[in-house]
Design a protein around this ligand. Structure first.
Ligand SMILES: Cc1ncc(COP(=O)(O)O)c(C=O)c1O
Length: 409
C-alpha cells in the first residue's frame, strides 16, 4: 500500500540523542501507571513539532491530525507563543495570585473581550476537568440548588465532579460521583430518536430536559451542562434550536447554563469563535481548556460578575491557576488566532475535509455519516448503514487507510 507523500516543509529536526523507544517503553512499563495507554502496535515516539507536523526520534515527519487531543490550536512551537513563554520563564515563573502581576490581569481582559454579553469575569485553572468542577461549584453556590442536568454521550473530564456529569460507561469508575446529576437524552440526529429530517428535533430533545427537571429533581436545579458540540462522543452536532429550548427550561427552574467549550471553542467551528454561538445562545458560565493554551496547562471558567461573586462565600484557591507563564502563553495564543485568521482557516480547511470525506462516503458504505463544523469533524463508521452497528475500529481503520491510499484524498 503506497501512502500519499507529504508536501515539502522547511524544517530540519534536531538530531535525537535521548533513550531509544524500547528503553522509553520499558521505563514507562516499570514506572508509569498502566492506565496511561497508547494506541499503537508499535508505539510512536514524538520528540519534536513544528506547525502542523511532528517528528519521531528518527526525524520522520508526520502530519499531526490529533494535535495533542485537539489542543495544539495554533501549531507546534509557534514562534510567537514560544517567545512569550521564554520571556516570562526567564523573568518570573511563579508567585501566586495573592500578589499582583500584569499577565493575569491583561490575559483576563483579553479573554473577556472575546466573550459575548455579560460574560466578563475569568477564573484560571489548569485543566478542563478542573474548570468543569469549578463551574458546577459556582452554579451550586450561586443558586443554592444542588441538582445538575447533563447529557448522555457527554465527556466533561475525569475528576469526581466532572466524571459525574460525563456519560460514557467507559470513563466512569464504580465510585460515588453522580449524586444529584441527571442525564438527558443526547440530541444526536444520527443515532437518536429524532433525526435530520425532523424540523422539530431540537424542541423534542430539549423537552427531555424539562421532563427530567419535573420528574427527577425537586423542580429546581443548579445547572445544566453541555458541550456545544459533543467531542469525545463523536462530534455530535445538535439540531437547530436545541440549546435555546433547553436553556429556557433550565432557567425557568432556577438553574444556570454551562457551556463546555473545551473542544469547540477558540474558533475551531470556523463560523463562530465559540461553539455555543452556533446555537444562538449565551450561557451563564463557559468552561475552556485544551486549545486555550496550545499545550500549556491552562483552563478557564468565565462567567458574569454576579455569578462570580458567589465564589466569595468561602475561600477558593488554586495554586497554579493564573500563573504568569501560562497567562503569557494564553494571551499569545489569542493574538495568533486573531492575527493569522485561524477561525477563517478552520472554516476553509474544515469545509475541504468535509467535502473530501463526503466523497469517500459515497464510495464506501463503512462511512455511515460525516458531520461537523469547521475543524470539529466526526466520521461515523458502521458495519451496516441501516442497523448502524458500529464498525470495529481495526477493520474500519484498515478500510479507510486503504481508501485514502487509493484515492489520495
Ligand atoms: C469537552 C471536554 N471537556 C472537558 C475535558 C477534560 O479536560 P482535561 O483533560 O483537560 O481535564 C475534555 C477532555 O477531553 C473534553 O473533551
Amino acid at each position: 500500500m503506497k501512502l500519499p507523500e507529504l508536501p515539502p516543509f522547511n524544517h530540519t529536526p534536531q538530531p535525537y540523542t535521548g533513550p531509544s523507544t524500547d528503553k522509553v517503553l520499558a521505563m514507562r512499563k516499570a514506572h508509569v501507571n498502566p492506565a496511561i495507554f497508547h494506541y499503537y502496535k508499535e508505539p510512536l515516539m514524538i520528540v519534536e513539532g513544528r506547525g502542523q507536523y511532528v517528528f519521531d526520534e528518527k526525524g520522520r515527519r508526520y502530519l499531526d491530525g490529533f494535535a495533542g487531543i485537539v489542543t495544539v490550536s495554533v501549531g507546534h512551537c509557534h514562534p510567537h507563543v514560544v517567545a512569550a513563554a521564554n520571556a516570562q520563564n526567564e523573568r518570573l515563573q511563579h508567585t501566586t495570585t495573592i500578589y499582583l502581576h500584569p499577565n493575569l490581569a491583561e490575559y483576563a481582559t483579553a479573554l473577556a473581550a472575546k466573550m459575548p454579553g455579560d460574560l466578563k469575569v475569568c477564573y484560571f485553572v489548569n485543566s478542563g476537568s478542573e474548570a468543569n468542577d469549578l463551574a458546577i461549584l459556582m452554579a451550586r453556590a450561586c443558586t443554592g440548588n444542588y441538582d445538575v442536568v447533563a447529557l448522555r454521550n457527554a465527556y466533561h473530564g475525569g475528576s469526581p465532579a466532572s466524571m459525574g456529569v460525563t456519560a460514557h460507561s467507559t470513563w466512569k469508575f464504580n465510585v460515588p460521583h453522580s449524586f444529584g446529576v441527571h442525564h438527558a437524552l443526547a440530541p444526536d440526529p444520527y443515532r437518536g430518536l429524532w433525526g435530520h429530517g425532523d424540523p422539530d428535533a431540537g424542541k423534542k430533545y430539549a423537552a427531555d430536559v424539562a421532563e427530567l427537571i419535573a420528574f427527577a429533581t425537586p423542580g429546581k436545579v443548579a445547572a445544566y451542562i453541555a458541550e456545544s458540540i459533543q467531542g469525545v462522543g463523536g462530534a455530535v452536532v445538535y439540531p437547530e434550536g436545541y440549546l435555546r429550548e433547553a436553556y429556557g427550561y433550565v432557567r425557568a427552574a432556577g438553574g444556570l447554563c454551562i457551556a463546555d467549550e473545551v473542544q469547540a471553542g477558540f474558533g475551531r467551528t470556523g463560523t463562530h469563535f465559540w461553539g455555543f454561538e452556533t446555537q444562538g445562545v449565551i450561557p451563564d458560565i463557559v468552561t475552556m481548556a485544551k486549545g486555550i493554551g496550545n499545550g500549556a496547562p491552562l483552563a478557564a471558567v468565565v462567567t458574569t460578575p454576579t455569578i462570580a461573586q458567589a465564589l466569595t462565600s468561602r475561600i477558593h484557591f488554586n495554586t497554579f491557576g493564573g500563573n504568569p507563564v501560562c497567562c503569557a502563553i494564553g494571551k499569545a495564543v489569542l493574538e495568533v488566532i486573531d492575527r493569522e485568521g485561524l477561525q477563517a482557516n478552520s472554516l476553509k480547511v474544515g469545509n475541504q475535509l468535509l467535502t473530501g470525506l463526503r466523497q469517500l462516503q459515497e464510495k464506501h458504505t463503512i462511512i455511515g455519516e460525516v458531520r461537523g463544523r469547521g475543524l470539529m469533524i466526526g466520521v461515523e463508521l458502521v458495519k451496516d448503514r441501516v442497523t448502524k452497528e458500529p464498525a470495529k475500529l481495526d477493520s474500519a481503520l484498515d478500510g479507510v487507510v486503504d481508501a485514502v491510499a487509493r484515492t489520495g484524498a
